[in-house]
Write a protein that binds this ligand. Sequence first.
Ligand code: ZN
Ligand code: MN
Length: 484
Amino acid sequence: MSIKPQIGLEIHAQLLTNTKAFCGCSSESFETPPNTHICEVCTGQPGALPTLNGVIVAFAVKAALALNCQINERSVFDRKNYFYPDLSKGFQITQYFHPIAENGSLLIHTDGRKKRVRIRRVHIEEDAGKLIHHSTTLPGGTYVDYNRCGIALLEVVTEPDLDTSQEAHAFMETLRNTFRTLGICSGDMEKGALRCDANISVRDTERGTSTARIEIKNVNSFKFVQKALEYEFERLKTALISGEKTVSETRGWDQVSRSTVSLRNKEDDNDYRYFPEPDLPDIVLERTWIERIRSELPELPVDKQDRLMEQYGLTFSESKTYLDEPELETFFVEAVEQGLPVKSVNNWLLGEIQKMLKERGVTIDQTALTVSRLAEIIEWVSTGKTTNHIVKTLMPDLLDKGVALSQILSERGISQINDRAYVTEISSRVVRRNPEQAEAYLFGKTGLLKYFIGLVMKETKGQCDPYLVQEILKELLEGKNDDG
Ligand code: ZN
Ligand code: MN
């Protein structure tokens, strides 16, 4: 198809520093009582002077190196002037003309292939405060909370290299994982630690026509960014095909109507009357210091995923799960290093165990399960002492109680599970008690096998291997045929 979207992203990451960018106030802003972490600097009182928190520079350089950027040895802070009630200073300190880093790239995985997305720039800036329109505790009206004012942000701007909403999603995930690995951002979107604006235009590559560029702002989850982009692509595509004129504007995602809504026409960059911040010196970096930070960078997610796939023969999606869930990965690596077979470990960790962890909202290190207990599970199942089915039913205990499988089984008297004679005895009893169904089965109603399996499982309280039950029942039911 010749009609394609062009997508670029602007991501604001809240840096994990203890204090704000230019003052000593705590950078804790999520669910803190309003206006408790503020001072004359971050609220812009007359005469108050900012001082740069050096940790931010080190964090920005780490990010820039991980994003393969060119780092500018000299970068400059600028004032972005605008009025808004949540910005009491009347300007935001940012880096406009000379950002700390430019011209980078980030490798992402989509549809099993790799793609390099160019990064236009990375710069440091401060956050604004927050308006509270619907307070649950205060009388009606709009309130302003300046706790977030002055918190250090890193803004990452990509080139419009993303061709699909899935690629945009993959980019955001990879960036978040990278920043988490670097320890510079929590990546917690619900808490506003990572915010994404996306811009999209749609072009007809054959006819050489294109729509206006739309910015989608303030979307607070990766999923919604992806949905908003999908919606916008369809909307712009329709406009392009019908020849309808589109205007450059900022739109927001409305989860209720599942559509984007126009917020405002896009203001020009010039409106902000940027000029160099007179109260802060330029940031001047030494090459040797940058190189030291480079040498201390941890293994980055993209590299790690490649290594996991290669080292343990994992599939793309298996390695991705371990990448997204570091506690699970630690457990996996420990288990495999202790000699447990990769396949069995994966079956348990990425199957029943992960399902239960999700249900409980915990990570594996918060449960009582250990590698040696998993080793026992794998051994007992593989030697037929118990079954997958039984272990699954016991999983809540295995996760919560920290006791061994063998102990739970003996406490509950679950032992004869895979005993052929025992299963045969119960199964023949069940068949004897249901002669009509047994006959119907013989006359071709083979679906009744399930009915018999259900009865046996009920008799044995689900403690038998259903495959063994099925096998024995088939023999019994069809064996009758031979006799008769
Ligand atoms: Zn302050
Ligand atoms: Mn910004």
